[in-house]
Design a protein around this ligand. Structure first.
Ligand code: DX5
Ligand code: ZN
Length: 220
């Protein structure tokens, strides 16, 4: 399984989103952080902007919804053309019903866990999801430092997925750079979100290629 790189446009120039999506055309996904100022103390963009991004992006969109009441709002992101829609376990009322609804709308369904949220309640339900997102920083802002204590959770999810013979992706989001990506890959992540590391790089395509190569070397 080769590593997938999903730069987060949270670190892009919000006055030039189309240009900055074009800058990551060699990536596998564009990670779009939707924040509502309720679930997290920050506000980014919502459905009308997302719909336009889906129309102009050269790469498929990976929506990360840091919002309250995803049961109500998430399906519209699938209908807007998101390749993948990830909602938070802490915010969803009926995560399995919602995941099934997202899949019916043609999107991959992802479940996100904050750093202090345990995966244990979901281990028997992994097959209901296409991806688990392990937050390796507290959600809300880019540029924070990687929380090493989230690595055992990545490992636990990867082991459970392998044991069950499932094809569930494990995404890691927060503080990913050349300095941390190897440990996340070693632990079992296969989808890597990187915001500040990619958009802050001198050469964006070179940074994407370097991250992918490092992750590939450390993927089992
Ligand atoms: C944080 C977001 C992340 C963020 C990552 O709440 O979910 O996607 O953009 O940014 P970096 O890579 O800078 O930690
Ligand atoms: Zn994110």
């Amino acid at each position: 399984m080769s590593a997938l790189i999903a730069p987060s446009i949270l670190s892009a120039d919000f006055a030039n989103l189309e240009r900055d999506l074009g800058a990551i055309s060699t990536a596998d996904y564009a990670h779009v952080d939707v924040m509502d100022n309720h679930f997290v103390p920050n506000l980014t963009l919502g459905l009308p902007v997302f719909e336009r991004l889906a129309q102009v992006s050269p790469v498929p969109l990976d929506a990360h919804l840091m919002i309250a009441d995803p049961d109500r709002w998430a399906p519209a992101y699938a209908e807007a053309g998101a390749a993948s829609v990830t909602f938070h376990a802490e915010a969803a009322t009926a995560p399995v019903r919602l995941a099934r609804e997202l899949r019916r709308s043609g999107a991959r369904a992802g479940l996100a866990l904050r750093p202090a949220t345990s995966v244990e309640p979901f281990l028997d339900l992994l097959g209901e999801f296409d991806m688990l997102l392990v937050m390796s920083v507290e959600p809300g802002f880019g540029g924070q430092s990687f929380i090493e204590g989230t690595l055992p959770k990545i490992r636990r999810i990867r082991d459970a997925v392998s044991e069950a013979g499932l094809d569930v992706w494990v995404q890691v989001d927060g503080g990913i750079s050349r300095a941390t990506i190897e440990r996340a890959a070693e632990a079992g992540a296969n989808v890597f979100v990187a915001g500040s590391a990619v958009y802050g790089a001198e050469s964006i395509p070179e940074e994407i290629a370097a991250l992918r190569a490092l992750a590939d070397q450390h993927t089992h």
